[in-house]
Write a protein that binds this ligand. Structure first.
Ligand SMILES: Nc1ncnc2c1ncn2[C@@H]1O[C@H](COP(=O)(O)OP(=O)(O)OP(=O)(O)O)[C@@H](O)[C@H]1O
Ligand SMILES: [Mg+2]
Length: 235
């Protein structure tokens, strides 16, 4: 579904990612882990077209996407949910959701996506007229994910959805995401919350200084104390 081959990328002269290769299959739930500054967000930005790779190639559904615009990449079925949610705070919850579907032309489809988003996040349906800026932190995270779903994505890149959320809410968000992968949506999830993440995803990649240090099934990563100590800051 998504293949990164030998990706090098950075900001101006600053090289951040070095020789990153990953393969993610349809419906897989994959975590991208690593310490602060390792390059996790940069990896998602590079896939989403916000950072241009200096080396390597990215293929999504058998099509090269590394030279496409951000809008073309969104249109091809990739939805990027940033860690700050990037909501329009003066606009209502409903308007924010509708903005997420700006590329969906089919009206009944739009309606269906809207209803599905509200079924997944019922708290939002009670707050449709409320300005996004007045939502609680957790509600804002839910809105960001729900808005990402409004573009009818085949793949979601999600940056630290657990940031600032209570553990119970994190669990419920993760379970919602797991449910989406069950429906065939592919998810690449960036997380600091390593233990919880490895209990829910299928596989993980660990980034260190812009390179992939380890990859493996969630079970392998959870079982290896060496990996946890060396790369994930767990003792
Ligand atoms: N816009 C930018 N301009 C210059 N350097 C940047 C920019 N964004 C990120 N960097 C640098 O790139 C490196 C990787 O940053 P990135 O945001 O990808 O890390 P991360 O793994 O997401 O970290 P965190 O866990 O703290 O979110 C860091 O050293 C950072 O300072
Ligand atoms: Mg980050």
């Amino acid at each position: 579904m998504l293949t990164l081959k030998n990706i090098g990328a950075g900001y101006g002269k600053l090289a951040v990612l070095n020789n990153i290769s990953m393969t993610i299959r349809k419906g897989e739930f994959v975590a991208l882990l690593g310490s602060n500054g390792a390059g996790k967000t940069t990896t998602l930005r590079t896939i989403a077209g916000l950072v241009r790779p200096a080396q390597g190639s990215i293929e999504f559904m058998d099509r090269k996407i590394d030279k496409l615009t951000v809008q073309q990449i969104t249109g091809s079925g990739i939805s990027f949910i940033t860690d700050d949610g990037c909501l329009f705070s003066g606009m209502s919850v409903r308007e924010n959701l509708m903005m997420g579907a700006y590329l969906v032309r089919d009206k009944p489809r739009k309606r269906l996506l809207f209803e599905k988003a509200l079924t997944l996040f019922p708290r939002l349906s009670e707050r449709l007229r409320q300005p996004a800026g007045t939502l609680s932190g957790g509600e804002r995270k839910m809105l960001a994910i729900a808005r990402g779903l409004m573009s009818d994505p085949k793949m979601m890149l999600i940056d630290e959805p657990s940031l600032g959320l209570a553990p119970l809410v994190v669990l419920s968000v993760f379970e919602t995401l797991k449910g989406l992968t069950g429906e065939g949506v592919t998810i690449l999830l960036v997380e600091q919350n390593v233990h919880l993440t490895l209990q829910i995803v299928d596989r993980g990649y660990v980034l260190e200084d812009g390179m992939i240090a380890v990859e493996g099934s969630a079970r392998e990563l959870l079982a290896s104390e060496d990996i946890q100590r060396a790369y994930l800051g767990i003792t």
